[in-house]
Write a protein that binds this ligand. Structure first.
Ligand SMILES: *Cc1c(COP(=O)(O)O)cnc(C)c1O
Length: 306
């Protein structure tokens, strides 16, 4: 059972009397990033039910999904294999905190070229992987499938019924799909894309069984996935200073930056009871800080290292 949901009301300090609260999904589990916990929940049950002892999945070098699968496998006694994008990483591995952590949890890592990685959904690749690793339960990149969406539907419930504006960060869109499915008629869902473009609007349609309308914006993606600048770093650091809530630079930092910008612009009024879903992702901060150091940019400083 996940712990009781934790809400915090934020004093945003803008002119508008719209109310802002944050749902601390990042606190669901000590190491499995908030929404990755939701996405894995029913998949782990299914893998066990079908008798699999191994899970195989895909991800980039700093992937929250890879880290989450590695920990979950360790906790549930399942073997895990991670197919990682980028052959060059095989030698740099010792400097990559996410991959080091995954290996420490017992995940077997395999590095493939970007070209090979692009083919990851092909039948040939799947066959090759089966020959190499034996039988496994397959989780797609980012972990989005029907069971993941089902898990994310549990982010909303009785505990969130008083909110009417739900904000969430979007990668593949699995989490957004779950939230849309679970939203009540009076709740409007807004997805903040962490990637350029709002292609997830289409890609999530197979997962939707609700007619709830939703909005998406990529206005706050800072140029693309994992791109970050001084303004975002400063925002994350000052948000932590005033709230003691850590945000990650890839997803939740960008979403919250966007929410603050919209509050500043006055698009919401006293009728808006906004809920920002903190989807976690804090394990990625250490890796991001290493890259920021190389670029001579300031560090993300949100208390202890995750
Ligand atoms: C993976 C992730 C997301 C995006 O989830 P999707 O279901 O792929 O859209 C958002 N926030 C955090 C912290 C994540 O790790």
């Amino acid at each position: 059972m996940p712990p009781k949901p934790i809400f915090q009301t934020l004093n945003h300090g803008f002119q508008t009397s719209a109310q802002l609260s944050i749902l601390r999904e990042d606190l669901l589990h000590p190491t499995i990033s908030g929404n990755k916990y939701r996405k894995l929940k029913y998949n782990l049950v299914e893998a066990k039910k079908l008798g699999y002892s191994k899970i195989l999945t895909f991800g980039g070098a700093y992937s929250n999904h890879i880290a989450a699968v590695a920990v979950a496998g360790k906790e549930r006694g399942l073997e895990t294999v991670g197919i990682i994008r980028g052959e060059e990483l095989a030698s740099q591995e010792s400097h990559n905190p996410t991959l080091n952590y995954a290996r420490k949890c017992g995940m077997e890592l395999h590095f493939v070229s970007r070209e090979t990685y692009r083919d990851k959904d092909s039948a040939e690749m799947l066959n090759e992987l089966k020959i190499k690793h034996g039988d496994f339960y397959l989780l797609p990149e980012g972990g989005t499938n029907d069971l993941a969406v089902k898990g994310c539907e549990e982010i909303l419930g009785d505990h969130t019924k008083d909110f009417n504006t739900i904000c969430v960060s979007v990668g593949t869109g699995g989490t957004l799909a779950g939230i849309i499915n679970a939203a009540l008629p009076h709740q409007k869902v807004i997805g903040f894309s962490a990637l350029k473009g709002c292609f997830q609007k289409e890609s999530i349609t197979p997962f939707l069984h609700s007619k709830t309308t939703f909005e998406m914006t990529d206005d706050y993606c800072f140029g693309g996935y994992a791109k970050i600048d001084l303004e975002l770093i400063r925002f994350i650091n000052s948000f932590y200073e005033t709230t003691q809530i850590p945000l990650d630079p890839i997803y939740t930092g960008k979403m919250m930056f966007g929410i603050f910008d919209l509050l500043r612009k006055g698009i919401w009024n006293e009728n808006n009871r906004i809920l920002a879903v903190h989807t976690g992702g804090l394990q990625g901060i250490t890796g991001m800080n290493l890259r920021l150091k190389q670029k001579n940019l300031p560090q993300i400083n949100v208390g202890h290292a995750y």
